[in-house]
Design a protein. Structure first.
Length: 267
């Protein structure tokens, strides 16, 4: 346990240093990079009705914004963001040439119809944030850097993998199958209906989880770390197990506090 906690603390320190480099807080690094990557207006890099099944996005500092729309379209104001469309797969990468430290101004905007469903989505972020109004996919693979992530509505129908970083993670309304979440140093808030087998490994940050249904629908197991645990407002001083439901939820405690709530009105 001590070795694991030590690794978590070291990880948090490393992530925060990287965050400082990305956001330009360490001014000495600015002179080693050129600017001028940002365009005055957004440029459309995809606008079509192709049968796109997979979406892969890798960004260093650019923000990813996903909005509801009638048509599938992608635009950006960063000339270093490149798109490749091949065999039903869209890959978007941010080249690291001419890195700009004006992180808050660099955006990649994806417009999605409400009925658009992907077979797989991969997001890898750096210092930039993710804001998504609605996202539906069979598989989700998310690797977070230092930026915050906010999903207004997230539906994952098969498998969900999340590797947290230093930024906060918020899922305001989720319908999630088979979650495997490893938290970093950031605060995490999830309100969702879970299905299948779900495992969450907490880190340094605070973890809040709100279940839309009753604890009776779950088989819950929480292994206590250094942080406090509360289940529906009741403080738990040791490891916790409850329920014989069909959905499993295992939480490995770290340094941060864990707060689990459920909707017992649906019992």
């Amino acid at each position: 346990m001590i070795k694991r906690l030590f690794r978590l603390i070291i990880l948090a320190l490393i992530i925060f240093v990287i965050y400082g480099l990305y956001t330009g807080k360490y001014n000495v690094f600015k002179k080693f990079f050129s600017t001028g990557a940002l365009l005055k207006e957004n440029k459309v890099i995809y606008d079509g009705n192709d049968n796109i099944s997979k979406l892969s996005v890798t960004l260093s500092y650019t923000n990813l914004i996903i909005k509801d729309a009638e048509n599938f379209k992608i635009e950006t104001n960063n000339k270093n963001v490149k798109l490749e469309n091949k065999n039903g797969v869209i890959k978007i990468n941010e080249e690291k040439i001419n890195v700009s430290f004006e992180t808050k101004d660099s955006n990649l905007i994806i417009y999605l119809p409400s009925d658009k469903e992907f077979s797989e989505i991969e997001f890898t972020t750096g210092a930039g944030k993710i804001e998504a109004e609605n996202l539906v996919t069979k598989k989700l693979n998310l690797k977070q850097g230092a930026g915050k992530i906010d999903f207004k509505r997230l539906t994952v129908l098969d498998e969900t993998k999340v590797l947290g970083g230093a930024g906060s993670l918020d899922i305001e309304y989720g319908n999630i199958y088979n979650l495997n979440l490893t938290m970093g140093a950031g605060k995490t808030n999830i309100s969702a209906l879970f299905k299948g087998s779900n495992k969450i490994t907490t880190g340094v940050g605070e973890f809040n989880i709100n279940l839309f249904n009753s604890l009776n629908d779950y088989k819950v197991k929480i292994n206590k770390g250094l942080g406090n645990i509360k289940v529906n407002g009741e403080e738990i001083n040791s490891n916790y197990e409850n329920g014989k439901g069909l959905v499993s939820l295992t939480i490995e405690g770290g340094v941060g506090n864990i707060n689990l709530t459920s909707n017992e009105n649906n019992a």
